[in-house]
Design a protein around this ligand. Structure first.
Ligand code: CTP
Length: 403
């Protein structure tokens, strides 16, 4: 049976400027087209020195130009921007950020940026010195103040042998930020906010080859980081023993043990508007980790004595900055609400996201379901769905409290 209604594919404009990371934009383009998006690629003139027009045309299925003087009868310099559901510029050079911040319109990409009323995402890539220059930072601040999402560059190998901040994040991670921005129509309600998220599970060393750990995959914490970036936040992600790619735009601090996590979280929290403790934190650690592998020695007493770890969430609750929002997570197997309410009060948090473990939920799965307990309000039920959706409900509640 046919249908009269033709579903309009989301219209994406992929702006590409002249950085060596242009090759990664080909991958980003494929991620969009393979997931049913209609993509117009708008390269700058110099970007075409790295990857030529035939590549973009073949991968996007559309003609490609950098100029406003081609197909003038179709008024492309206005139409492409007007019809966009999302514009993403990846890589965004210092030059394109400057031209966009100042409203220049010398080529098709900058014209498109002026005419677009959709969410706009910039993924800058450049050398560290160029990124850190006050001119670039001022341009980024201007673009963010107008509602654009500017993804912080990743740290790593740059064009030459040098390393530093300025790398284009993994295309798959840029893609995920774009999908979130598209879904939320670019509402960047966490712009100007710094949020700290802990993710994964801490490990407590027993000896050089053994540890006490837990099953946390880090998926929920990473979903919180990704969604916060897509809502415009500056994100510090304190990650314990997670085997996932870095979320685009987040500053990732890697830790192993609870004491390391405590130091990293408390240091970042001193500047933060909100802290979300999604990590599974070991409650106990061996009194001392043996320098050598522990052997079974007949007749010897049990070699592992445990001591209690500090409760990071409770410390955050006690030492919070004025207006700071503190969010905890709790996985419970029984009496979920009653245990959760007691924990919320005991730890002095504003929100506690409680999920029932079992039924293939929570650990290691892409889906989650939960109830958010609110210190001074009614609980909010979150039906089973992607961890990103749960994360967005948490940010809705956090954003409302911050406002
Ligand atoms: N948490 C923490 N520091 C700890 C233990 C837990 O910050 N030493 C945080 C977790 O990140 C989570 C919340 O506290 O956000 C609840 O964790 P949970 O393990 O459920 O709390 P516990 O205090 O250990 O409670 P229980 O007695 O149920 O284990």
């Amino acid at each position: 049976m046919g249908s009269d209604s033709v579903t309009r594919r989301p219209q994406i404009v992929l702006g590409v400027s002249a950085g060596i990371a242009v090759y990664k934009a080909c991958e980003l383009l494929r991620l969009f087209t393979e997931s049913g998006h209609d993509v117009r690629v708008v390269p700058t003139r110099d970007a075409l020195r790295f990857v030529g027009e035939p590549m973009w045309a073949a991968l996007s299925g559309h003609p490609v130009t950098s100029e406003v003087w081609e197909s003038v009868h179709e008024v492309p310099h206005v139409r492409i921007g007007q019809s966009a559901d999302l514009v993403v510029v990846a890589p965004a050079t210092a030059d394109v950020l400057a031209r966009a911040a100042h409203g220049l319109a010398g080529d098709l990409l900058t014209n498109t940026l002026l005419t677009a009323r959709s969410p706009v995402v910039y993924a800058p890539a450049m050398h560290t010195e160029m990124w850190e220059h006050p001119a670039t930072q001022a341009n980024v601040a201007t673009l963010r103040s107008r509602g654009a999402i500017v993804i912080e560059p990743a740290v790593g190998r740059l064009t030459g042998a040098d390393t530093g901040k300025g790398r284009l994040p993994d295309p798959a991670e840029i893609f995920r930020v774009c999908l979130r921005a598209l879904l939320r129509r670019g509402a960047s309600d966490l712009a100007g906010r710094h949020v700290v998220i802990s993710a994964g599970g801490t490990r407590e060393a027993i000896d050089p080859v053994r540890f006490i750990g837990n099953r946390s995959s880090g998926l929920q914490g990473y979903a919180l980081a990704r969604t916060a970036v897509a809502r415009g936040a500056e994100v510090t992600l304190v990650s314990a023993n997670v085997a996932l790619p870095d979320p685009a735009g987040a500053k990732v601090v890697r830790v192993e043990s609870t004491l390391q996590m405590r130091d990293a979280v408390l240091a970042a929290a001193a500047q933060a508007d909100a802290v979300v403790m999604a990590a599974a934190v070991a409650d106990f650690r061996p009194v001392r980790a043996s320098d050598t592998k522990i052997k079974k020695t007949p007749g010897e007493p049990d070699p592992i004595q445990l001591t209690k770890n500090p409760d990071i969430l409770a410390e955050l609750g006690r030492g919070r900055r004025p207006g700071q929002v503190i969010v905890g997570f709790a996985a419970e197997t029984h009496d979920v609400i009653a245990n959760g309410q007691a924990k919320l009060a005991r730890k002095g948090s504003d929100l506690l996201v409680v999920n029932q473990v079992g039924e293939n939920l929570a650990f290691g799965t892409p889906d989650n379901a939960a109830v958010v307990l609110v210190a001074d309000g009614d609980p909010v039920e979150i039906p089973r769905g992607p961890k990103e959706d749960l994360a967005d409900v948490v940010w809705d509640l956090v954003a409302a409290r911050l406002a």
